[in-house]
Design a binder for this molecule. Structure first.
Ligand SMILES: [Fe+2]
Length: 189
């Protein structure tokens, strides 16, 4: 399988899941589950072409009117702020180990619900109404993951939770383009 074959199969599976299980802008748990299954298989088949040579950042894999996919490449010992996406999402780990923390937003605080430790091929998902989470990485190897979000995801601006002041608006980092992104990936033999 080539990288394009693997991503092409994933795109078809995601479109099918949204057609069958879309719920307005949200997606039912059945749809999340279908995407998680396909994303797990895709993530396990891929790796970074040259580990440690891919600069950390956000890379756009795909975008259409129903969903989008980002490749996130993390730095070592990264600690991300809690944030949300105002839509459903599924993430799958391609390489390294990613920690994901899920939260429940109350009137004035974020309550930690769970922490998940995700090695390559592992997935995690959320629906629109409970979408607060954060990510963290540990030591090497470099962590890379696919993030699939509904169409409502604002790729440029978002909301994050800061301990002292609560929810604040922020500008997300640079989103690099599709062509340079796929050249970073290679199919595992
Ligand atoms: Fe996120």
């Amino acid at each position: 399988m080539t990288v394009d074959n693997i991503i092409g199969k994933l795109l078809g599976d995601i479109s099918e899941a949204i057609n069958l299980h879309g719920d307005g802008g949200d997606l039912s748990w059945s749809g999340i589950s279908k995407i998680a299954t396909s994303l797990s298989a895709s993530a396990a088949q891929l790796t970074l072409k040259a580990e440690f040579e891919v600069p950390f950042g956000r890379y756009l894999i795909h975008k259409d009117s129903d969903f989008n996919i980002q490749l996130d490449v993390f730095s070592e010992n990264y600690i991300g702020a809690p944030h949300n996406h105002d839509t459903w999402g599924v993430l799958g780990v391609i390489s390294g180990v990613l920690e994901v923390t899920d939260y429940q937003l109350t009137a004035d605080s974020l309550v930690t619900l769970r922490k998940s430790i995700l090695p390559s091929g592992s997935v995690s998902g959320f629906r629109e109404f409970e979408d607060w989470h954060s990510t963290m990485t540990f030591a090497l190897p470099q962590v890379a993951s696919f993030h699939v979000y509904g169409a409502a995801f604002d790729m440029d601006n978002g909301k994050r939770f800061v301990e002292k002041s609560g929810i604040e608006e922020y500008a997300r980092g640079t989103l690099h383009t599709i062509d340079e992104t796929r050249s970073f990936l290679v199919a595992r033999s």
